[in-house]
Ligand binder design. Structure first.
Ligand code: GTP
Ligand code: MG
Length: 208
């Protein structure tokens, strides 16, 4: 019997840039399974994706907040499985109109995308749970979308401080059923990467 290629296990280093979209109509066909990375601007979303895929050049990272302005799609070695880098929110230095525009497109994507299997909310461990983060958590809860939080840049804190920060986040979110994984993460030290990959694999391999 020939192997069923659509069932081969997901390998994150197979990730390739697929396309960018500035609005919902430009997204790839809404089939298969997608996991999206959201979080405030400069939190470390693109760096997390690069770390997970062991491809430093995949998603563009920058010291300048607000770099990722489009929804970027990355394909994986399993048919119709994708990772999605969403534009960061909360960047103060762009015009009001542009901000509204982003949030509208982000909202459309989150509300309408049927193949979305889970959301990875990336937050700087030193500045967790901003108002917008909180809103995203509530949105996941309301829509019964599985949530993983990456508390990233953990390398910037001593381990004890990072642990305390994690406990603070867990306590604040204890009532939320959507929260399936809370991971101490660092793209620099690679902490939490394997745990994150395992969770992503489980989500992406779930039938819709
Ligand atoms: N020390 C440290 N720096 C990090 C880590 N992750 C990201 N950074 C740095 O944080 C800055 C922002 O990272 P990005 O990955 O571009 O952030 P982003 O969330 O994609 O930002 P936008 O695209 O603007 O929304 C860059 O200078 C990264 O090098 C980390 O785990 N540790
Ligand atoms: Mg980015």
């Amino acid at each position: 019997m020939s192997p069923d290629l659509t069932q081969k296990s997901i390998s994150f280093n197979s990730a390739r840039f697929l396309t960018s979209a500035s609005r919902l109509e430009e997204c790839p066909p809404d089939h298969g399974a997608e996991v999206a990375f959201a979080g405030r601007s400069n939190a470390g979303k693109s760096s997390a994706i690069n770390c997970i895929t062991t491809n430093g050049k995949l998603a563009r990272t920058s010291k300048t907040p607000g770099r990722t302005r489009l929804i970027n799609f990355f394909s994986l070695n399993r048919e119709n499985c994708r990772l999605v880098d969403l534009p960061g929110y909360g960047y103060a230095k762009v015009s009001r109109d542009m901000k509204d525009d982003w949030q509208k497109h982000l909202g459309h994507y989150l509300n309408d995308r049927r193949c979305l299997r889970g959301l990875v909310l990336v937050m700087d461990i030193r500045h967790p749970l901003t108002d917008f983060d909180q809103m995203m958590v509530e949105w996941c809860e309301h829509n019964k979308l599985p949530l993983m939080i990456l508390a990233t840049k953990a390398d910037k804190l001593k381990f004890g401080q990072a642990k305390t920060a994690m406990m603070g986040i867990a306590k604040k979110l204890e009532a939320f059923q959507c929260l399936e994984h809370l991971v101490m993460f660092s793209a620099t030290s690679k902490r939490g990467v394997e745990e994150c990959r395992e969770a992503l694999t489980a989500w992406l391999e779930t039938d819709g």
